[in-house]
Write a protein that binds this ligand. Sequence first.
Ligand code: KG4
Ligand code: ZN
Length: 347
Amino acid sequence: MLVMAIETSCDETAAAVVRDGREVLSSVISSQTEFHKKYGGIVPEVAARKHIEVISPVIKEAMETAKAGFRELDAVAVTCGPGLVGSLIVGLSAAKAIAWSINKPLIGVNHLEGHIYANFLNPNLKLQTSKQKAKDNHQKPNFPFVCLLVSGGHTMIIKVNGHGVYQTLGRTRDDAAGEAFDKVARFLGLGYPGGPVIDRLAKEGNPKAVKFTRPLPDGYDFSFSGIKTGVVNVKSRDPGLTTRDIVASFQQAVVDVLVDKAVRAALDHGCQTMTLAGGVSANSLLRSQLEARGEDAGLKVVIPPFEYCTDNAAMIASAGFYKYINSSFVIRHSSLSLEAVASLRLE
Ligand code: KG4
Ligand code: ZN
């Protein structure tokens, strides 16, 4: 089954074609980061306009790279929330027009669900011959699994009991993890987005230079505003500290808290598999520490391929595929009246 997907929830215009939920035939991403940099964050109105400018060429390139014609598609998947409503509408309108013109189902996908399904994509199937494809060696997560979902807007621990069956175990009480990276980077004058810069700089710093407190609210909830304020305080108290040491210590504190709670959630809930999702899952320390600590605890750890951690449409196609083929879903596909919902929930 061939699914073309569109993702425009934030500042990335993306389209992808994926076969059977796992084989990525194309994944095109046009990033607007350069336009938003000077404002230190995303300007919703600018984001919506930029999506309009590039949506058609991005879809065209995705179809051409996949060597697919519109009539060969079996369905069109699209992110319908959560996200910036003006941005979501651009992707939704394009997806509806294509689905209507080829008379194929339209599948609305929750952006967070898309991030979770990045774990099902198999980079080893990409551009291989059919003989090699028989060796599908990227491990799929087994149900039930725990997913640590960490992005710019969300930080959650979710128990995934089956396709489309989610149970939120914990969430942040203040900033999302990615938001904390972005705010700390902005405070230190490192630019936007903060995550990748901090990840790079932290490699040259001492993670033990500053001992930030690790806030551990009850259960599986998180709180990052204290660590963020800690960065501000330490900078004014000790101006001699290098930025490298501050960000290495900050990153270590955030990763310690995330990994600790995610491993505990998996063990407490009898899950043998743990997965990672969302833009912050691109973080090198988080990836290596979750893998090491999870495996020490006897868990199977599945981490999305690096290129599908931050926003992309391949993950939306995968979620759309599994949503469509899974008969336990009440609504198998969406109608053309599908709406953008800025604060769409997962459960
Ligand atoms: O999932 P995503 O692309 O967009 C949202 O749905 O929010 O996540 C973007 C977030 C940003 O906050 C960005 O700073 C963070 O992911 N991020 C990272 C890294 N790469 C992206 N955070 C830490 N380390 C990274 N390498
Ligand atoms: Zn995202």
